[in-house]
Design a protein around this ligand. Sequence first.
Ligand SMILES: Nc1ncnc2c1ncn2[C@@H]1O[C@H](COP(=O)(O)OP(=O)(O)OP(=O)(O)O)[C@@H](O)[C@H]1O
Ligand SMILES: [Mg+2]
Length: 250
Amino acid sequence: MAETGVAEKLDQRTADAALAFQDVHTHYGASHILRGVSFRLGRGECVSLMGRNGMGKSTTLRTAMGVVRPSGGEVTHFGARANGRPSYRSATEGLAYVPEGRGIFPNLTVRENLVVAARPGRDGRRDWDLERVLELFPRLAERIDNWGNNLSGGEQQMLTIGRALMTNPDVLLLDEATEGLAPLIREEIWRVLGEIKRAGIACLVVDKNVKRLVEICDRHLLLVKGEIVFEGDGEALMADADFLHRHLGV
Ligand SMILES: Nc1ncnc2c1ncn2[C@@H]1O[C@H](COP(=O)(O)OP(=O)(O)OP(=O)(O)O)[C@@H](O)[C@H]1O
Ligand SMILES: [Mg+2]
């Protein structure tokens, strides 16, 4: 009932958004981390979330997913209230999360890791299955019967993204998916992100590679100490060299 009440109060653009934050605050104990974060991620839109270390990027994704509960504000997912909704429920309702580090089962094979993650998306969509994920990641197809813990870091990252796709998400949250990988593998991950975007999945992407983010994302958000200080397209972001240097060190 409460969910309907909130949805009625939302303006149309927020209600239509795949994911929206309205004045969201998040604490870890007494530490006030997110300080009134507001943004919208449109259906099928690809948005980057940038900022130096410790600014609250991962906390934003964790709050979206329900891994941490916001202390104030509204998180909505297709207009439905999702504040602190448990992450397993977020996952069954079309949100997929690729956390920092990797989330695979080391003692399952590649095939098993993918198959156990499989489920239809919202409205029963089954766009993504084992075959399509393996088409996207030929490298995983070659390693299909290998154990998770026998994979390289890059292959584990591919498998983590593949597992997220097996849930047929509408929204994909990616936290530093290219971190610590060899250059060729990074390029492979960026190629896959392009494909995921073309497939119409809305993405919120955290990464350190500003150049690639500008190439792939429609819009950009920049966090400083838990507040969004910039929201705009790549041209606007790149226009102010001093600003970029100050907040991103590029
Ligand atoms: N579980 C936690 N308990 C307490 N403080 C935390 C916790 N996780 C993160 N923090 C603090 O919250 C702040 C934001 O952390 P967060 O991980 O969101 O930053 P980030 O922008 O993702 O940084 P990085 O680029 O290093 O990944 C940091 O000051 C961090 O030390
Ligand atoms: Mg982080």
